[in-house]
Design a protein around this ligand. Structure first.
Ligand code: K1U
Ligand code: ZN
Length: 167
């Protein structure tokens, strides 16, 4: 297994639109394992392939406290959304920034698992937020892009300062 480098906002590659996966093969399963290791070590509760510079429709999520409930979504499709709720979000590509974003409260998602089998999942709470956040990554959207231009400018300056100080 390997820990993969995570692209940092405002890297332009975070805006690429991910392509559908045609075949769930051993190469995809190796990427799933590497992404899971990268997510757990960050630490985070989700990771989209876009964030590790792989522009294919693949997401891993584990919102359990015990790190034993890995969920793999290949070619995910949002088939239903209900309610609306504001939640605080973070992102491994935007370290140290937490902001409120409004999203559907409950979602139903259909995807393939790591064996290529179709499943449907109904989610609420952090899992629902995380699914929507990661699916945005696959569309090339980063959560800060829901915020005002002023907030986005402030976030970019804060990140620049943070990076200067860690050099
Ligand atoms: O997409 C990402 O970069 C992962 C992101 C997922 C996410 C979290 C919260 C709301 C929406 C989306 C993260 O994992 S940020 C880190 C984080 O929230 C966290 C880290 C350690 C323990 C618990 C949460
Ligand atoms: Zn993110």
């Amino acid at each position: 297994m390997a820990i993969l480098p995570i692209l940092q906002y405002p890297d332009e590659r975070l805006h690429k639109v991910a392509k559908k996966i045609d075949q769930v093969d051993n190469g995809i399963r190796k990427l799933v394992r590497d992404m899971a290791e990268t997510m757990y070590s960050a630490p985070g509760v989700g990771l989209a392939a876009t964030q590790v510079d792989q522009h294919i429709r693949l997401i891993v999520i584990d919102v359990s406290e015990t790190h034993d409930d890995l969920k793999v979504f290949i070619n995910p499709e949002l088939i239903q959304g209900a309610g609306q709720k504001e939640n605080e979000e973070g992102c491994l590509s935007v370290p140290g920034i937490y902001e409120k974003v409004s999203r559907a409260e409950r979602v139903t998602v259909r995807a393939l698992d790591e064996h290529g089998k179709t499943f449907t999942l109904e989610a609420e709470g952090l899992l629902a937020v995380c699914i929507q956040h990661e699916m945005d990554h696959l569309q090339g959207k980063v959560f800060v892009e829901y915020l005002s231009h002023l907030k986005q400018t402030r976030i970019r300056s804060k990140l620049k300062k943070q990076r200067r100080e860690t050099l």
